[in-house]
Design a protein around this ligand. Sequence first.
Ligand SMILES: [Mn+2]
Length: 513
Amino acid sequence: MTLEDLLQYEDIVIQCHDDPDADAIASGYALLKYLESKGKSPQLVYSGGRTVTKNNLLLMIEKLNIPLEHVRRTDDEAELLITVDCRAGQRNVSTLPHRNLAVIDHHELDMGEVLPELCEVRTDCSASVTVIWAMLKKVGFPIEDRLLSTALYYGLYMDTQKFKGTEKLDREMLDALRFDWDIILLLQSAALALNDFRTAGSAFMNLRYHPEYHFALAPVNTSEPYMLGIVSDMMMDVHELSVCVAYCLLERERCVKVSVRCSKSRDRADEVVHWLVRDMGNDGGGDRTKAAGRLPLALLEKSCPDGNLLYTAGELIFQRLTDYFRTPLKRLAPRTEEYEPARAEEFCKQKAELYRKKKAPAGFVRTMDLFPEGTEILLRTPVGDIVKKAAPALCILIDAEHEVSYTTEEELGRDYELTDEEFPLDGEWLWQPKAYHAGKKEAVMLAPCAKKCIVRDTPRVWAAQLNCRLEVLVWGDWRLGEIGDWLVCHEEDHQNAYIIPKAAFEQSYERAE
Ligand SMILES: [Mn+2]
């Protein structure tokens, strides 16, 4: 996409992510300046429940005259909505109504994510300001405006934690910018209010450090989520630390928010967060070096009914991080990688072998053995109550879980081998399968008439037991398998691969000879 593609629209709204940071604000501002120079009058906004309160951002907005507005809700559809430093549909942005959508961002794409036609996502840039700068350069827009230059510089400075890990294009931009040093110095020395500094100090006093894995976590006593970024950014300056976690209790949002920073290229902040909140909360998005997520209070309260929730969260995070480093997580996207069972050894103790589902005994009853022909029978099936008339061909199937359903003898014969043996329905089952005389509402037990039937063939799978933690992409969701769980794929379709938990596998699968 080029910036000129955006000029075909008149009513344009530029949206930063919720809780905008310096990069989002500066990127939106640069886009605003460009569109204004082309005779448009776009709006620069952000949404979400919180307004900007962070010291340096307020100062940035004031000193650089950035007309950023907070929009809570609107029914007005923008002709064109451009999300900057974020992508519509992701959790960190409350996307405003629009007819057309454009995206400018630098964060990595999620697996299988679909982007709008109008998009510029460059992961070779450390900040969105660099993406915008390159786009401005491409259309020959001169960045002579000192305030705009300053905004771009500050956006990159903040998004890279003071230029830690900049890319080639970032450095090119830095060389080209003619920014206002005085404003930069002012912003740099305004990162914290005195009270923020005290809060950070107390978080550092309560730091927990793992000497072997070089991670640390700091509980932050605050209700301002931005403090997490400040604390975790400061932790990155510490030589001994490679993974830094700050977390705080947000009563109003009913969650513990977690912010992660990684300073070594070996670790990925978005993966660490994903691991920390798995099965519990959600990721708020992020990238290689910084990411955030949430743990809902309801779940923490369950594991610690009347305790200190911040403390409980700390224990959980420490434990999960220890596990994370003890057994590094592997990932498998079967369909994109064209998974073959021969690859099972990468994740498992042994080669994959053929298994089949155990032939669980099922039972069947001929309706004519229960009622005279034509009697209306009511059956409580898993999909609801169904009434049918007793007929010579009509049967009732009792599955391994003792659920009942209608079938015909012909259908039954296709999937099952029918026997004359009695189907054992002992009293151990709480719910005894029954059918009802629909007119008289009388129950008739199926047990005395039920016969055993044996499933003819079950599809076979290649299966092997994991010896690592593995996440497998199944229908767009990452499913985690623990050591001991089984990695299986269909015999006919190798890319149809997934995880079956250890207990479930052992209960219902057996080796195919
Ligand atoms: Mn950014």
